[in-house]
Design a protein around this ligand. Sequence first.
Ligand code: EPU
Length: 419
Amino acid sequence: MYKLVIKGGKTLNGSVKIAGSKNAALPILFASILADGPLILNNTPHLSDVSTTLRLLMDMGSEFILESDNSLFVDSSKLTKLTAEYSLVKTMRASILSLGPMLAKYGEAKISLPGGCAIGMRPVNLHLKALEDLGAKIEVKNGYIHASAEKLIGTDVHFEQITVTATENILMAATLAQGTTTIHNAAQEPEIVDLANCLIKMGAKISGAGTSVIIIEGVSNLSGATYTVCPDRIEAGTYLIAAAITGGKITLKNIHHQSMRAIIRKLIETGAEIKCDKTSITLDMKGRKPKAVNVRTSAYPNFPTDMQAQFCALNSIADGQATITETIFENRFMHIPELARMGAELSLEGNTVISKGVKSLTGANLMATDLRASASLVLAGLAAQGTTTIERVYHLDRGYETIEEKLKLLGADIQRIQD
Ligand code: EPU
């Protein structure tokens, strides 16, 4: 097991290249199941969630070559097994994204139910209900979803709640369905637009991705394609906070600032100066302490839940009091007791964190619990006085490519050591 050791108090300065988006790369990898030829994906992030997805696809009969320049060749055109096993699904909930593509292409799929996780119950009922709307027969037994359909038939799908991966599952399934599918109350995240753009390159007929209504006209088959995965807006937001929390100045390269408006607006409220151009963002805190900001998470284009924990870390040492309200997941506050162990004054009332910024945090031994909670502990460690040790860093490796290398480039004193 590895841990991160951070000696806090260094001001971060410099520039860093942002990786491809985890939450775009994962659905696109599962979309390879729909294709009759290989996908060549550029800007694929080197993350453990990507490795888990590739292991799952390989177990079902895919072949892949991952190059060191972040390009990936993946051929899932001839699956030999239509089952996503529990042993792999339990480590990554996004495995549910294999359901729509398998069902659409092969007429059957057996997927282990993902189960709850550290941030909430996260049921998959809306994925299943929407696939039933498309004509699938679904049965859940012995912990597995058994789905079958001679042919999926396009229809109107109304999501009662906005859901990112269920929108993606139905988007993928509908590309090979007979007739037209209209998804109402669709999630509008940039990662959905990226998936839709990749599917369009593969020959799918899709309009409206990025709005609340997506229309998909089914086609008889999809081909392989070459596609470049969009930049990771959550990784980018996390590094911007690393600069803001340490009073520094950093430039992020390889990003689309248009997809980060809600995050950038909040950072400007903290007192940061931000300049954007086509593919980069510079944040300059000019040595100042950030001001505390109120945040309420909500579906895109509003403030993302995946940045909530990082803003909790920032508010811990910011000037003033503030509230952060989580509306997407019911239990996404595992970082609060850990931040409190560093001296943060945070209290939880229902789904709202009330923070009173302290002068400084002090280093402590901490336990990472989930991906974004872990990121918030790293940020707090960078700002704290003294040494912070973070255990269970495998949570971070799911979504941040070589985090300690990138932070070192920016001047952080951070080491990964083996127990
Ligand atoms: N929900 C249901 N039933 C369903 C599906 C969702 O009740 O069938 C509920 C969830 O429990 C949650 C809400 O709907 O309360 C929204 O969940 P959503 O389905 O949008 O989340 P997700 O698709 O499982 C993706 C990201 C998450 C991100 C959320 C919200 C991927 C692979 N995962 O999850 O990313 O937090 O959308 O934006 O895209 C992360 O990267 O750290 C991460 C957790």
